[in-house]
Design a protein around this ligand. Sequence first.
Ligand code: ADP
Ligand code: MG
Length: 345
Amino acid sequence: MQDSRTELSSLGEFGLIDRLTAAVELVNPSSIQGIGDDAAVIDPQGQMQVVTTDMLVEGVHFDLGYVPLKHLGYKAMIVNFSDVYAMNATPKQVTVAIAISNRFSLEAVDELYAGMLTACHAHGVDLVGGDTTSSTSGLVLSITAIGTAKKEDIVYRHGAKEGDLLVVSGDLGGAFMGLQVLEREKAVFKQDPNVQPDLAGFDYILERQLKPEARRDVISMFKEMNLKPTAMIDISDGLASEALHIARRSGLGVKLYEEKFPLDPVTVSTAHDFNLDPTTCALNGGEDYELLFTIAQRDHDKVKGSPHFTIVGHMTDAASGYQLVDRQGGQHPLKAQGWDALLKK
Ligand code: ADP
Ligand code: MG
């Protein structure tokens, strides 16, 4: 908790903007004009630009009961960078629109910006503008990220071909299990505020939920490996949903193999504690911000044996539909259930 509380009204809108953006330094030569004019000016330097926006609404996308504002700022940036990486592009600039009520202190907003700027610094991204307005109740954050890539390097969702291998980076389901642990401890705390939250042993999955990473390293690896995926998407809504997006956009079917799914041991044991099937968490949990991509079979050797990548399936013809093969070899229709269905089970 903060020791002192400074009311936002004591600064006024311009004072607040000055304060929040005082620490901003531009690092990219493409950022010609940042904060301080009517609009930012960006020089695309002969490259293609990719643009993505994500909005986060208090009570819908985050719960300040257990998400520290610094983490929220960090994550809000990361989810946008992840979308840029999913195009095989590099994020360069962001703008931040924020609606905030007087329930928040200046110290709280400072924390939020500290988190956002930490993420920008880690990914070499310039904060070049935004908008600040008041809100009658909650906090709303809308971030737009701009990235660049050479035209020939951009990877779309629609580029997969029949027979391509479906590959995922990292492991899946952890962020969802982290959220379950946080929700459980919040419920316990509501019953008895004297009980300390029991978060020991859950570090990995809590970090996956509260401080996710966008896979900048994977984009660099592609360059080093001389590998260009045929299609790619980031995993924000779960493996099932994203695999279906690639299949549908590419006009193909897809087959996923349950036994291949990369799961961290903490994800598996926590899922069992909660009477959830770890496979279902990987398929429908979401917020892992890993990359799901397809590669031509001739590129198999490039990912084979890599600790960063797991082949989880392959693309089929459209008539074969969307299939999940279980550990016994049984086939099930692959569906994007989303989180709700998962918890009502
Ligand atoms: P305008 O009235 O033209 O919209 P503003 O007074 O809203 O200008 O913003 C002044 C400058 O501060 C602009 O460069 C704008 O991009 C930047 N800015 C405003 N709010 C934010 C914010 N929350 N974060 C970062 N930059 C901001
Ligand atoms: Mg404005």
